[in-house]
Design a protein around this ligand. Structure first.
Ligand SMILES: O=C(O)CCC(=O)C(=O)O
Length: 202
């Protein structure tokens, strides 16, 4: 007779688990597992695919970005690799996620770069240290859809660390991470979308 036994949902332990693959030299990357419940993350994935006006960037020399992108954050222009992406209006559902990310990261976020990786698409090693970003402000990335490997590698040389990021996981790169580490997302078969929240000085 266990009518009054309160059971934890099966994903309870997983839900609030955090991992810190990088924690040195003022750099810190924390992964919040299932930060967003999987059903909500899947719905957001479907909505992003449907409602975002996805485009490809054109880099210096005319090369096109492997992944598709879009941005939210009116009045803010993000320049990287010769491409410039001006933020569009925040949809209500984007604002909602932003507010929750701000609470977790304890930092204002006024721009979101959205990335959509189709089959075989990836982003190679880089750091987000472009002019205009508030120095050492956290960058928070919500992962939606298929699992992909996030790579982290020290700029001074040394071994890369790879960690899977799954539907609903949020990873936050804090402090000096952008100055000292490179990151990448490896290619994969199935589609993944990321919402990457940042803060620009305006
Ligand atoms: O998709 C991700 O999680 C990372 C994206 C990224 O590195 C970037 O937008 O600079």
């Amino acid at each position: 007779m266990d009518a009054f036994v309160i059971r934890s949902p099966p994903d309870c332990a997983e839900r609030n688990r955090t991992e810190t693959p990088v924690d040195s030299d003022g750099s810190r990357v924390v992964i919040y597992r299932r930060w967003m419940p999987p059903e909500e993350a899947s719905a957001l994935f479907a909505r992003s695919r449907r409602e975002v006006a996805w485009e490809r960037d054109t880099y210096t020399g005319g090369r096109r970005s492997s992944r598709q992108v879009q941005a939210w954050g009116p009045g803010i222009a993000y320049s990287y690799s010769g491409a410039k992406r001006v933020g569009t209006e925040w949809p209500e559902w984007g604002e909602d996620v932003r507010a929750r990310v701000e609470v977790l990261s304890e930092h204002a976020m006024n721009y979101c770069l959205l990335n959509r990786y189709g089959t075989g698409e990836q982003i190679s090693w880089h750091s987000d240290s472009e002019r205009g970003l508030v120095e050492d402000a956290p960058i928070a990335c919500l992962s939606l859809g298929a699992t992909r490997e996030l790579g982290l590698k020290p700029k001074r040389g040394g071994r890369a660390v790879y960690v899977p990021v799954r539907n609903g996981d949020l990873y936050v790169m804090y402090g000096e991470t952008q100055r000292r580490w490179l990151h990448c997302i490896k290619h994969g078969q199935e589609e993944r979308i990321s919402l990457t929240f940042r803060c620009f000085s305006i």
